[in-house]
Design a protein around this ligand. Sequence first.
Ligand code: ZN
Length: 189
Amino acid sequence: MKKALLIVDVQNDFCEGGALPVPGGVEIVPLLNRYIDCFLTAEEGIILSRDWHPRDSFHFKGYGGQWPVHCVQGSWGARFHPKLVIPPTAIVVSTGMERIHEGYSVFEGVDPEGRSFKEILHREDIGRLWVGGLATEYCVRESVLDALRHGFDVELLLDATRGLDPQDTSSAIDEMQAAGARVRTLDRS
Ligand code: ZN
């Protein structure tokens, strides 16, 4: 079984200057680039998820949801952070593309060919995921818990993830560990 790097939602809107900024979101970009380098060198898979909403998503305030408008398909805010060095071989999985879908978990997403995240992992024979990105207590948490439920081995990259709220972030990390995720940092790998 191979392993893959999963980078969750490192998009302009979730970084400083965006519509729904996660404190310290930009700080993780150089670290994620180092993880990307490691995975490229080892010829292991790199998968990036992105929040990719229609303008009138039910997930937004004004349409019944709890969030300001963010990551609208094709907008600046939906682009990956410009300092993230994305290799051409990386697979991009988009989530929350239907009005009714919030798309917190990457398991709800599809690649440009319409393949689900789970299908991609099976096709590439990936059984282990190293997960970093934004935000810890939302999309990272949901993706990690889903991965564990589906039987994948998960390592949470503690130095390369950030949350919106410190208390909720800390609870989410405990919950992911209780569910079976291990934690690691770049210098402890
Ligand atoms: Zn969203």
